[in-house]
Design a protein around this ligand. Structure first.
Ligand code: ADP
Ligand code: MG
Length: 581
């Protein structure tokens, strides 16, 4: 099993980010130039050499058609299926949507390896909530090409909700995540219940985002050539300025040969320009609410993410649609990536302290024959989870099976905490004839349900144990883990001793049964070593000091000297079978 940290990755249409849980804290990682945002851009030069991110954007001006951006819109779609036509020809550049995504992921992995100084190979990657199977699979395929194993695909709004801390809320809550990025707009309504996120509805527009605003601005500056890269870049910069200033100045030196382009635009004019775009987002919000069957007032929060939610007019629109000020506690560019990192931390168990709800702090199991702890759900398992095993009767005609549900890290049942018991009545039968399936299901709230099923009768017995995962205070959990470490050696001895004594009892019982059947047929010479070995074994079992080595040897000795007896038993059985009519 690999123990390298799991990366959290936001593979965005416009920007991508990578992070990791470090010393218990989720952090995002910056490249060599201290940038955390990696433009999702790839430049393919004439020799097929690739550059990714800012380096790729720098080469846009000279050879715009060699620059690949927004390729996420093509991911997992057949050629021509996307409603968006890229200005570049992917095939001519020797690329595919998957290979572009892979190049971006490879670069993110490189940044993380540079920062952490170790090879990394596992990741949680976010995708839009509306991504279908083909699009999710294409994302996984890209990860594979980039040398990353995908531990979990997480939907972007769920990631934003994780960053917001929704998983720590009590009871049930509902939130809307309003995400206005570079190329796409997504609105999702989520419900969190029992620690599980559910996307109730999602709506949006894959043709609505900051790029459209940039184009409108560029059009206003130069209606003849709105697609000119320098013009678009200047428009984008003006748009950003207008999020905090009332006025923006646009200056492009030597725009056309010797001619400079100069212009001024104020916020009110910009807002008038983008009003139709924002109106479209309003319609999607209302549709998402309708699909979720909710009124805006029933939401607990409306979270803003995506670079364009910095625009004051966007914030005003959201407040108006949802009838409340939106929650702006999350970093608009980083919330989704942060959520991916948190999910990665939960998966690797490094966020246990912060998110106790999401993992079992201690192992859960049942007592088995001989007083041993049989673990069904190991500690640090992510919730919700399920595990089961089949048990049988240890002696003939046992009558009932007592299932003691235990929690703790010690080898012996008696050293762990008992959470409850279930009694399963058994039909009369030989040893090993009963079949009782025991299943533990732990829901996201840490409520343990124990189901015991007698597979012969099909009868179920169910025991519910509240808060098995969260009821224990941190100190008690720490103490339990500490004591399991301190007693590890002792515990191991105890487990081996118990197993050896179980073996002894089994051998002695078998011997008694064989002797009662074949005893008279044995010569004194044959009987003597058997009786001696059995006596030695009984002595060791009764002895106060547990001599594990001696007991194991005595088991082996008895096993050896009864070989002949076993052969005789088999022959006798065959003879009797031959006598049958
Ligand atoms: P994506 O999720 O599609 O990768 P992002 O969430 O990174 O997109 O958003 C990118 C968009 O946000 C771009 O259009 C960018 O111009 C815009 N943006 C970034 N900062 C600002 C700002 N301060 N004001 C307005 N728009 C901004
Ligand atoms: Mg995004």
């Amino acid at each position: 099993m690999s123990t390298s940290p799991i990366l959290g990755i936001d593979l965005g249409t416009t920007h991508s980010l990578v992070g990791v849980v470090d010393c218990g804290l989720p952090i995002l990682l910056a490249d060599e130039d201290n940038h955390r945002l990696l433009p999702s851009a790839l430049f393919v030069d004439k020799d097929g050499q690739l550059s990714v991110g800012r380096a790729a954007l720098h080469r846009r001006e000279l050879e715009p058609l060699r620059l690949i951006t927004s390729a996420k819109r093509l991911l997992g779609r057949r050629p021509g299926e996307s409603d968006w036509q890229p200005p570049y020809d992917l095939r001519a550049l020797g690329q595919s949507p998957v290979s572009v995504a892979a190049a971006i992921l490879r670069r993110l992995r490189e940044i993380a390896e540079f920062r952490l100084g170790q090879p990394l190979s596992r990741a949680v990657i976010t995708v839009p909530a509306y991504f279908n199977d083909a699009q999710r699979n294409a994302t996984k395929q890209a990860a594979k090409q980039a040398g990353l194993e995908v531990e979990r695909i997480l939907s972007e709004p769920t990631a934003a909700a994780l960053a917001y801390g929704l998983n720590r809320a009590q009871g049930e809550s509902r939130i809307a995540v309003y995400d206005l990025g570079g190329g796409t707009f997504d609105i999702s309504i989520l419900r969190l219940r029992d620690g599980v996120f559910e996307v109730l509805s999602t709506a949006g527009d894959t043709q609505l985002g900051g790029d459209d605003m940039d184009r409108l601005l560029a059009q206003r500056l130069n209606p003849q050539q709105p697609d000119c890269p320098r013009l678009i870049a200047a428009a984008e910069s003006a748009k950003r300025t207008l999020s905090t200033q009332e006025q923006a100045r646009i200056e492009i030196p030597f725009y056309r040969g010797a001619e400079h382009l100069q212009a001024e635009i104020n916020r009110a004019e910009f807002e008038r320009m983008i009003a139709p775009l924002l109106e479209r987002s309003r319609t999607h919000c209302l549709r998402a609410l309708g699909d979720a069957g909710l009124k805006a007032a029933e939401l607990d929060a409306v979270i803003l993410v995506g670079g364009c939610t910095r625009i004051p007019a966007v914030q005003r629109l959201v407040a108006e649609v949802f009838g409340r000020p939106p929650d702006m506690s999350q970093h608009p560019d980083e919330a989704v990536a942060m959520g991916a990192v948190i999910q990665a931390g939960i998966l690797e168990g490094s966020l246990r302290q912060v998110l106790l709800l999401d993992v079992t702090p201690l192992s859960l199991g049942i007592e088995t024959y001989g007083g041993l702890m049989n673990v069904l759900i190991p500690r640090n398992s992510t919730l919700p989870c399920k595990a089961g095993e089949m048990f049988t009767n240890a002696v003939a005609n046992q009558g009932e099976m007592l299932i003691r549900v235990l929690q703790g890290e010690r080898e012996m049942a008696a050293d762990n905490w008992e959470l409850g018991r279930v009694l399963v009545p058994l039909p009369a039968g030989a040893r090993g004839s009963a079949r009782v399936g025991v299943q533990f299901s732990l829901d996201a709230n840490g409520i343990l349900e124990v189901l015991a099923r007698d597979t012969h009768s099909g009868e179920d017995r169910i025991l519910q144990i509240e808060n098995s995962a969260v009821d224990v205070s941190d100190e008690r959990v720490e103490a339990m883990i500490q004591s399991s470490v301190e007693h590890a050696f002792e515990d191991m001895h105890q487990r081996q001793w118990t197993q050896a004594t179980m073996k002894s009892r089994e051998l002695l019982e078998g011997l008694d049964a064989a002797l009662s059947e074949l005893g008279p047929a044995l010569s004194a010479e044959q009987a003597a070593p058997i009786h001696a070995a059995a006596a030695q074994l009984r002595r060791l079992l009764e002895q106060q000091a547990q001599d594990l080595q001696a007991l194991k040897q005595a088991n082996q000795r008895l096993d050896e000297v009864t070989q002949e007896l076993a052969v005789m038993l088999v022959e006798r059985a065959l003879e009797q079978a031959g006598d049958l009519p």
